[in-house]
Design a protein around this ligand. Structure first.
Ligand SMILES: [Zn+2]
Length: 382
């Protein structure tokens, strides 16, 4: 049977309607144009207009809510997912920007649709001391000091698993092939032994509380004290991670799966799989560079426990004059959630853009808030 040849994703290309022949049958499925090319620019001009002022730019949470609720069935699904509250945690947290994104989104839901979403954070983790200071401050001012702050994803596993992984880690002088093999053996070991390596009684030193705190507290703990109103064991439990991208860029010499960050990645991955299988986590969001091997590193290892969907998107696709594409994934635990959207990376990308893509009406100068004369005065003074 004849069919379209499958294509692999190329980050230099985007899907958009053929601007020269938009109504053609053959082009109805959209074509790809090299990013930044004339055809690409023309194609994006056909999209709904993006923000046209600073005010509209910063009103984006409301615009996202309106887009996501533009069909009754989407609205029903969103409300059904969020009505019992969201409990999130984060690894590779950085400054935990995804928390702010959700806070703004939930605020917009309240203002535009009258929907209140109870929201709680249980733990964050980052190895960088500067990020840790931000996370400690967030815990103090946003969670009344209740949320934990950990330092190292590798220390979230059972101590014996930590020792095994450390012993299995390659040496700096090993060949690329030997390093890849060592990290793959580590991944295999952790996925096979997750039932004990991911120990929900395991505690690690918490920077916030100055003592050992349990890393992956059980869902039933949400029925205990000190939780925001509306949060309970039936709330949606969501993980977040923006894993290290150095191995996939020139900074990490493109070592890919031979990069030392694979150790932390394997530890993170084992926890996602095991917690989903135990119904202790409902889904996760993950972000990395568009060069990252999402199929090999995420989709395949979690095929027994999750449905993982992913797309590459940047602010400019949403109408922001900023060019920084990222590969974004959502992993849905097969125990608790069902993916109702299209299958295949290209179809997911098209579907996402059909709802959220906007043409870019602004230039980067919108980010310079001082007036021209003040800017000139500053330049003259220097
Ligand atoms: Zn703690």
């Amino acid at each position: 049977m004849a069919g379209r040849q499958s294509r692999t994703y190329n980050p230099d290309e985007d899907w958009f309607t053929d601007p020269l022949n938009p109504d053609s049958e053959t082009n109805a499925k959209r074509k790809r144009w090299k990013k930044g090319s004339v055809l690409d620019v023309l194609a994006k001009m056909r999209l709904p207009q993006g923000p046209q002022s600073v005010k509209e730019l910063f009103n984006y949470p409301e615009q996202l809510v309106q887009a996501a609720f533009s069909k009754p069935e989407w609205q029903d699904r969103c409300v059904d997912l969020l009505r019992w509250g969201v409990v999130e945690h984060s690894d590779y947290s950085g400054i935990f920007a995804e928390r702010e994104a959700k806070r703004l989104l939930f605020m917009a839901l309240g203002q535009c649709k009258g929907i209140h979403v109870p929201h709680m954070v249980r733990k964050t983790c980052d190895i960088d001391p500067s990020s840790q200071r931000v996370l400690l401050h967030m815990s103090e001012v946003l969670d009344a000091g209740e949320s934990c702050v950990f330092a190292d994803i590798r220390a979230q596993l059972h101590p014996e698993a930590q020792e095994w992984c450390l012993a299995a880690s390659p040496k700096p002088e090993d060949s690329i092939k030997a390093k890849e093999d060592a990290y793959q053996a580590m991944a295999d070991f952790l996925l096979e032994n997750g039932h004990w390596a991911v120990d929900q009684e395991h505690a690690d030193f918490c920077l916030k509380h100055g003592t050992n705190c349990v890393v992956n507290r059980p869902r039933t703990d949400l029925n205990l004290c000190n939780r925001p109103q509306g949060i309970f064991s039936g709330s949606l439990i969501v993980g977040n991670a923006g894993n290290c991208c150095q191995g996939w860029s020139s900074e990490g010499k493109r070592a890919r799966k031979a990069h030392s960050s694979q150790h932390a990645w394997n530890s993170w991955l084992a926890q996602r799989r095991e917690l989903a299988l135990r119904s202790e986590e409902d889904m996760f969001f993950q972000e990395c560079t568009e060069l990252w091997d999402v199929e090999g590193c995420l989709v395949k290892p979690l095929e027994d426990s999750h449905t993982v969907v992913h797309t590459t998107v940047g602010p400019s696709t949403l109408g922001w004059p900023t060019s920084r594409n990222r590969l974004l994934s959502a992993g849905l635990s097969s125990n608790s959630l069902v993916w109702l959207g299209p299958t295949g990376a290209d179809a997911v990308k098209q579907d996402f853009e059909a709802v959220f893509a906007r043409s870019c009406m602004l230039t980067g100068s919108v980010f310079f808030q001082e007036d021209t004369q003040s800017g000139l005065n500053g330049m003259n003074a220097s």
